[in-house]
Design a protein around this ligand. Structure first.
Ligand SMILES: Cc1cc2nc3c(=O)[nH]c(=O)nc-3n(C[C@H](O)[C@H](O)[C@H](O)COP(=O)(O)OP(=O)(O)OC[C@H]3O[C@@H](n4cnc5c(N)ncnc54)[C@H](O)[C@@H]3O)c2cc1C
Length: 541
């Protein structure tokens, strides 16, 4: 039986990989090498009812998905365009989709070194998968070898930490060490218990020490404390040669620079060390939901867009999106207990809505404002029940935007674009202020992050019933819309973690003038291209 299985594997992985001794790798890893499938596979012939029941129960649970060797937040990058839906036709078998055939579910750093050395020696294209939230499919890939870091757990606070390689007398920092398999919600909870905050993603389940920080890492805390890449002080990483290295401002400096925004492709990060900040005692928060039922919605949106530089200047951060006839927003001011100030910043918009209503036009603005006692209170739900809409098919395109894009006659055109866009425009007020106080070449992210106040995302997708030609039409429409959108922000790039995988000038758009240095570091650390993925650094080689 075992001989048959390994023969099938050899055949499936092609000529180069066939030479590899998978069986011996599995035994070196103490059985941690597993055969991976899209997670609905047991619900299709040949059906495994018990496994199918588990998959059905957890279908949209992003924490469970991350733990599955073949599970991804976005089905796009699990099934590809092959149908393997939990409610699909059970008499049709699932195919492999984009799931790596074999995945090393590593249990410790030693396992990582062995798995990486194996991939390197056999020159096997390898994908690292952490919390599995990628929007660009960089943690999966048909025919690749997978390394899943989700079992690497650990959150440890050190109030006075001296970085590896620091010269005598270097000031210690207050930090938290986060292992590669942790999700942000657990870091936030531990930080709250420790009396500090850590700059992290807005989501409960995004990986806290994986793709988020490697791509840049924005947070509603960023305007006051910087991006993830501004808060990370050290990485531990197994580089493609199988060596564990510690990269920080004192050693492996080029690698440290590249890991702060260069995206995946430099090895397997095992641990990330972030600076911590004193706990926040108050956050002024406002949820508002504005709805219009007439054509003057565009003028309301224009007013909201024109307010963005003022919001940024008042240290407001948050997320908003225009709906078909309104705006939904969550706005926050950290370290503030002043709802009156936030209300007065938003006054021009409220006045406009009020005047429209007085004129008999149907405008409605509902607000829910208050002062929250801690950063953690933004994450009140039980992680076991939180549903961040995993298991859909989402695609994104994006641009960074400076304050000037929201001024003068550009605002009306931007409002018109947003109203007409078939894609939802999600506005992330997560830059400016502290983010702008860092030089464009200090980290590897696109330098325009340092001049932007907003990260604007065009979001689209489809459901499982839509056939391939429709999906392809949506894909190309998103790319076209993103290119049109880009014209509003000349010289500004896109956030690689929430960008369009089909960006035509991806090097320039994701990394700008930082790309040549990134590429040369990539060539130095990964000369065999083991960790290269589509439109990731070094892809053109
Ligand atoms: C619901 C949701 C909310 C989000 N919210 C935010 C947000 O608030 N702020 C923000 O900036 N972004 C946000 N994002 C985008 C997020 O930053 C990216 O999706 C990111 O790539 C996720 O990283 P991951 O480790 O969770 O996912 P994965 O799919 O596991 O990995 C993403 C990429 O990182 C690589 N990678 C992962 N772990 C490692 C490792 N240990 N070593 C080396 N490479 C690794 C993978 O190979 C892949 O290329 C959100 C995404 C989702 C789905």
């Amino acid at each position: 039986m075992a001989i048959i299985l390994w023969t099938v594997v050899f055949a499936a992985l092609g000529v180069a990989s066939a030479k590899a001794n998978w069986k011996s790798l599995n035994s070196t890893l103490n059985g941690a090498l597993v055969r991976a499938f899209p997670v609905a596979t047991p619900c299709h012939v040949p059906i495994n009812q018990d496994a199918c029941d588990i998959a059905r129960k957890n279908w949209t649970n992003q924490f469970w998905r991350a733990q599955q060797p073949g599970g991804y937040f976005d089905l796009n990058w699990e099934n590809g365009d092959n149908l393997c839906d939990i409610n699909g036709n059970a008499s049709l078998p699932c195919t492999q989709g984009l799931v790596p055939y074999y995945v090393a579910q590593v249990n410790n750093v030693d396992d990582v070194k062995k798995a990486v050395k194996f991939a390197h020696d056999h020159k096997i294209s390898t994908r690292v998968k952490g919390a599995s939230h990628d929007f660009l499919g960089r943690s999966s890939g048909n025919g690749t070898f997978g390394i899943s870091t989700i079992k690497l757990k650990g959150i440890n606070f050190v109030d006075s930490y001296t970085l590896a390689g620091a010269p005598p007398g270097a000031s210690p920092v207050s930090v938290v060490h986060v292992a590669a398999g942790e999700h942000w919600i657990y870091v936030n909870r531990a930080a709250d218990a420790h009396g500090v905050i850590v700059v992290g993603g807005a989501s409960y389940s995004v990986g806290a020490a994986g793709g988020w920080v490697l791509g840049g890492g924005h947070s509603n805390l960023s305007p006051q404390y910087g991006l993830g890449v501004d808060n990370v002080v050290q990485f531990e990483i197994v580089t493609p040669d199988g060596r564990l290295r510690v990269a920080n401002r004192y050693q492996e400096k080029d690698l440290f620079w590249a890991l702060r925004g260069g995206g995946p492709g430099f090895g397997v990060v095992t641990k990330v060390t972030y600076r911590t900040h004193p706990a926040i005692k108050a956050i002024t928060a406002m949820l508002f939901n504005a709805t219009y039922t007439n054509a003057s919605f565009t003028s309301f949106l224009r007013e909201y867009l024109a307010l963005q530089p003022t919001l940024s200047a008042h240290n407001v951060s948050g997320y908003s999106y225009p709906t078909a006839n309104g705006i939904v927003a969550q706005l926050l001011v950290h370290n503030s207990a002043n709802l009156t100030a936030l209300n007065s910043t938003l006054k021009p918009m409220f006045d406009l809505a009020q005047s429209e209503t007085s004129n008999g036009r149907p405008a409605k603005v509902e607000t829910l404002g208050g002062v929250l006692p801690s950063y953690l209170s933004l994450f009140n739900d039980d992680p076991a029940t939180v549903n961040e809409r995993a298991a859909g098919y989402a695609i994104l395109g994006s641009r960074l935007a400076p304050a000037s894009a929201f001024q003068g006659d550009k605002v009306q055109k931007l409002a018109d674009f947003m109203v007409k866009s078939p894609f939802t425009v999600i506005m992330h007020l997560v830059a400016g202020n502290k983010v702008s106080q860092v030089a464009g070449d200090a980290t590897a992210i696109h330098p325009s992050w340092r001049k932007a106040i907003h990260h604007l995302v065009l979001a689209g997708g489809w459901d499982n019933s839509q056939p391939l030609p429709t999906r392809n039409l949506i894909r190309s429409a998103l790319t076209s819309a993103t290119q049109e959108f880009a014209k509003f922000f000349p010289g500004f790039g896109s956030y690689v973690n929430e960008g369009d995988i089909n960006e035509p000038k991806w090097q320039e758009t994701f990394w700008g003038s930082n790309y040549p240095r990134l590429k040369s570091i990539k060539n130095r650390y990964d000369p065999r291209g083991i960790f290269t993925c589509f439109h990731c650094v070094g892809y053109e080689d």
